[in-house]
Design a binder for this molecule. Structure first.
Ligand code: ADP
Ligand code: NA
Length: 327
């Protein structure tokens, strides 16, 4: 639908892990094939809500860009851009922040988790979801691909859109979530926790540039249980079920076909099958990332081109917002 506008953002965390890929990036690639306008932003403003080393951040922006392109984000079909280069995100964020109360933000689960981990969170970490609302609303987005963990933030963006519309007249569409089919990839070392780049345990997180040897090792060491057969029962057998989820997602096979095909295999042998499927899926992507990493000038030019296209939408929209507010 031509009226639809899809927006999503990802933090420049460097090379994505398997959870980022299956829970977010793969969905982005599918969505860009439709004829709606699609914007994907590397949200570097969000990333500095926690301390960042400037040269590492710059490299992470490039690595995320290379990864997205290698995974299949096509800069001709979607607008891939760097958030900080479109200052209207931060400006709109200020206006929207004036429409929402502190208690409303304080109740968000992500704030409770993240601020609970340290004593002195930044103001930026607190208002992070307001900036996220600005990212979405700046383009009058209608649909937002999000992970389950971001649903509460999307609800906040909806509330902010409604309160803006009530105060200043109907302007923003109410953005709707698009959930990806793979909801959660679990940690290889603790199948009750989600796979995450911030998991301190070694071998817990599979990165999309891991070598075949690393993939084999990590999957071989993945925590499962002592029943040696392949079944899918996320409640009682989270470890083996995570293997099946990963296998299905990277191979495109159904869970049912996988279970039929794996009859008679013990867990150790099944893990070899899964590792092989992961290697097959990510070898071309890894090689493409490595190739793109040798040409930072090309990667910056992609982002700059995307930024120009994003500005074509953002600047007039924000002009309109300013008029409505009385500026
Ligand atoms: P991390 O947990 O590693 O910090 P982020 O919070 O930066 O990952 O998530 C970036 C995107 O990847 C989000 O859309 C999020 O929902 C998705 N994502 C992150 N971890 C997983 C996971 N284990 N399974 C599925 N999706 C995930
Ligand atoms: Na996170």
């Amino acid at each position: 639908n031509k009226e639809n506008l899809i927006f999503s953002g990802i933090q420049p965390t460097g090379i994505p892990h398997l959870g980022n890929y299956l829970g977010a990036i793969e969905n982005w690639i599918t969505l860009q094939e439709h004829d709606s306008a699609v914007l994907y932003s590397i949200v570097d403003l969000h990333s500095i809500t926690v301390p960042q080393d400037p040269s590492v951040l710059r490299q992470n922006i490039l690595d995320m860009t290379a990864s997205l392109i290698a995974c299949g984000i096509n800069p001709e079909r979607s607008v891939l851009f760097q958030q900080s280069q479109v200052p209207e995100h931060a400006e709109l964020g200020w206006i929207l922040g004036c429409l929402i109360s502190m208690p409303r933000l304080r109740h968000l689960p992500q704030w409770k988790i993240k601020s609970g981990q340290k004593n002195e969170s930044s103001v930026g970490l607190f208002t992070y979801p307001v900036l996220q609302a600005a990212d979405i609303l700046l383009y009058k987005s209608t649909h937002v691909p999000v992970g389950e963990d971001q649903l509460k933030h999307l609800e906040l963006a909806q509330d902010i859109a409604r309160s803006f519309n009530n105060k200043y007249g109907d302007f923003f569409p109410i953005p709707r979530p698009l959930l990806s089919s793979v909801k959660k990839v679990k940690s290889l070392r603790d199948p009750l926790a989600k796979m995450s780049k911030s998991d301190p345990q070694t071998l817990a997180t599979l990165y999309i540039t891991d070598s075949p040897e690393d993939i084999i090792l990590k999957i071989r060491k993945a925590v499962t249980d002592f029943t040696s057969e392949v079944t899918f029962d996320p409640e009682r057998r989270p470890g083996v079920s995570n293997m099946v989820t990963i296998h299905a997602a990277v191979s495109g096979m159904s869970v049912e076909d996988i279970l039929n095909q794996s009859q008679g295999l013990d867990t150790a042998h099944y893990k070899q099958v899964v590792a092989e499927a992961v290697i097959q899926k990510f070898t071309p992507i890894r090689e493409e990332i490595q190739k793109l990493q040798t040409d930072p000038g090309y990667l910056w030019s992609i982002l700059n081109h995307g930024t120009e296209k994003a500005k074509e939408l953002a600047v007039p929209q924000y002009q309109h917002v300013k008029k409505l507010v009385g500026f």
